[in-house]
Design a protein around this ligand. Structure first.
Ligand code: 5GP
Length: 214
């Protein structure tokens, strides 16, 4: 049985963003973090090679396959998945530390990983980013110029599978214009902080305290 993690006072929210390769998750998340500094992006671990300009510990922790498999055994990941022949995972300790500090933590992960998180952490906020059209997704994937034709086809097929899981997310945001997508994400994050479900009973009673101002 899957162990559920309970909500605790003064904890931040776990925000999970997924979407097909090429939808612009990275761009949107970066713009969101640049504009609003009250949430922290979790740094994932991966076995894929660093791309030019990527730095160890900033974009990812770049591990060997052996080290990654060892960490899976040690249950060091909140979730992990094999995406396009490489392993990716979210270090559990890192996420717990951010949430315990009362900050919201953003995970930019694939659907397989998001579904694992949902089973363990049902109070997470699950957001799916979609492209404005299929044609636009094809254009974005091909215009990066980093993938050959076979890889582009593989990513498009994968996108179809991922979009099939849309209903398992709480929110869907269309990434047509980055600025608009960022504002929609911001609205979701702020609204989620106001949900009564996130209050503990002891906190609910505080609203009856005449001395207290909110
Ligand atoms: P990229 O190699 O282009 O940085 O990422 C490839 C895919 O892996 C993206 O869909 C990205 O969201 C996903 N990904 C990145 N980090 C993680 C992670 O920690 N866990 C999972 N499950 N997917 C991840």
């Amino acid at each position: 049985m899957v162990k559920r993690m309970s909500l605790q006072k003064n904890k931040g929210n776990l925000i999970i963003i997924s979407g097909p390769s090429g939808v612009g998750k990275g761009t949107v998340c970066r713009a969101l973090l640049e504009k609003y500094d009250d949430l922290v992006l979790s740094t994932s671990a991966t076995t894929r090679k660093a791309r030019s300009g990527e730095k160890e510990g900033r974009e990812y922790f770049f591990y060997t396959r052996e080290k990654f498999l060892e960490l899976i055994k040690k249950k060091a990941f909140l979730e992990w998945a094999k995406v396009f022949d490489n392993y990716y995972g979210t270090p559990l300790v890192y996420v717990q530390k951010i949430l315990q500090q009362g900050q919201d933590c953003l995970l930019e992960i694939d659907v397989q990983g998001a579904l694992q998180v949902k089973a363990k952490w049902p109070t997470g906020v699950f957001i799916f980013l979609v492209p404005p059209s299929h044609e636009e997704l094809v254009r974005r994937i091909t215009s990066r110029g980093t993938e050959n034709e076979a890889e582009v086809q593989k990513r498009l097929k994968q996108a179809e599978v991922e979009i099939g899981h849309l209903q398992e997310y709480d929110y869907v945001v269309v990434n047509d214009f980055v600025e608009e997508a960022v504002e929609k994400l911001r609205a979701i994050i702020v609204a989620e902080r106001c949900r009564t479900i996130r209050l503990e009973w002891s906190e609910r009673k505080l609203f009856l305290n005449k001395e207290r101002r909110f």
